[in-house]
Design a protein around this ligand. Structure first.
Ligand code: GMT
Length: 377
């Protein structure tokens, strides 16, 4: 198949999923055309069957705001015509599903199908703003196929947008060969020179991630267990998190690593992954941690309970209940045999339920279904 993948190129779950899906499909012999304003960050180097098409945005003085939606639509039209695309797969609905719809109208070819994959904040946060809602609802309804990364997100979409459409749940996935616990000499020693336990969190430091809760959990844990907190990523809340670590007088034990391209060595050095989010449609970062044998302690929101099995691969607590999350973390870190069971179960669940091959099979099957027109309206 010839598939156009439209996605955000920056750090963040939806871009990662789009890039890894494109890579896996290319390995299966499909011809993949990435369409974005920059090269997706996981796609460096030459990869057979993958081509990148950059969207150029004109900076005419009259335009106070960049006109990305029409520029993207024009690029999709161009790529679809020249490369004879069968499918345009939009990851993250805003504005990709809208540009794809516009492109399809211009192309006027009913054989080209649009599939939109909903990732989370496109539905739960940004898309609900009155300035976007009618366009979002319309763009989702007009897609030939729609997938969501969790059952939670499917339900939210149907209810919030009052859409009567069959939405297929296809969960996120992880390359379990790449994401596995490795020993990298020096990383653990560097992060925890006194052989302390290591708690880790990876995110884009947006409000929705509640990184302050991560610090509060750590503050309670370190009163009982010699430990360090490693924070990976960057974003709007980083400064206030640094401030909080200072206020709590624990800054020396909190290591802000900033953005990291290679996560496996850092995850492999850690003991527990924390994700106390306010909203999380799936939690790809938690899945990557599980593949590296990390038990996860999380909030009970969104798609997290579909990923984490409470009492088996980790623990789940009410949103904001830092005391309980700290208690669970301490319980795991002070009971070695329990910890080993949880670590092994995390890896097993990632391998059995969320490995790349299994989930890419589901996407391929869904593409075939949409192309054959066998969709429920
Ligand atoms: O919140 C993020 O980490 C970024 C955001 C994105 O679009 O890149 O992530 C969303 O999509 C990811 C991939 O499907 C999911 O794993 C995240 O749970 C989801 N984020 C939220 O729902 C807040």
């Amino acid at each position: 198949m010839n598939i156009g993948i439209v996605c955000y190129p920056t750090y963040g779950g939806s871009g990662v999923v789009a890039a890894e899906l494109g890579r896996a499909l290319a390995e299966r012999g499909h011809r993949i055309h990435f369409i974005s304003y920059a090269l997706p960050f996981r796609l460096d180097g030459f990869i057979d069957n993958i081509v990148y098409h950059e969207v150029e945005i004109s900076k005419y003085p009259l335009f106070d705001f960049p006109l990305y939606t029409p520029a993207l639509a024009s690029k999709i039209v161009e790529v679809a015509r020249f490369e004879k695309l069968d499918i345009i797969h939009a990851h993250y609905a805003i504005p990709h599903a809208t540009s794809a719809y516009l492109a399809k109208q211009i192309l006027g070819d009913p054989k080209i199908k649009i599939i939109t994959t909903l990732h989370g904040t496109d539905i739960t946060l940004v898309g609900l703003e009155p300035s976007f809602l009618p366009v979002m609802k319309f763009s989702i309804e007009q897609s030939d196929g729609v997938t969501a990364v969790s059952r939670f997100l499917r339900e939210k979409t149907l209810v919030n947008y009052q859409i009567k459409k069959d939405i297929q749940v296809i969960p996120n996935f992880v390359d379990v060969n790449k994401y596995q616990r490795i020993f990298v000499s020096g990383v653990r020693k560097h992060l925890a020179p006194g052989d302390e336990k290591i708690l880790i969190h990876v995110s884009n430091f947006r409000m929705v991630k509640r990184v302050q809760d991560v610090i509060q959990i750590f503050n309670l844990v370190r009163q009982k267990i010699r430990s360090k907190l490693v924070l990976v990523g960057d974003g709007p809340e980083r400064s206030s998190c640094e401030q909080l670590a200072h206020e709590l007088n624990i800054f020396e034990d909190v290591i802000f690593l900033g953005k990291q391209i290679e996560l496996v060595p850092v995850l492999s050095a850690a003991d527990i992954f924390l994700i106390p989010s306010q909203s999380e449609s799936f939690g790809l970062s938690a899945l990557e941690a599980m593949a590296c044998e990390l038990p996860v302690v999380s909030s009970s929101v969104g798609g997290l309970p579909e990923l984490i099995v409470h009492g088996e691969t980790g623990f789940i607590a009410e949103i904001g209940d830092v005391g309980r999350m700290a208690k669970y973390t301490i319980e795991l870190l002070t009971n070695d045999s329990k910890y080993k069971l949880f670590a092994a179960a995390s890896r097993r669940r990632a391998v059995e339920m969320f490995n790349t091959e299994k989930i890419v099979d589901q996407y391929e099957g869904y593409y075939a279904q949409v192309l054959s027109g066998m969709m429920i309206a």
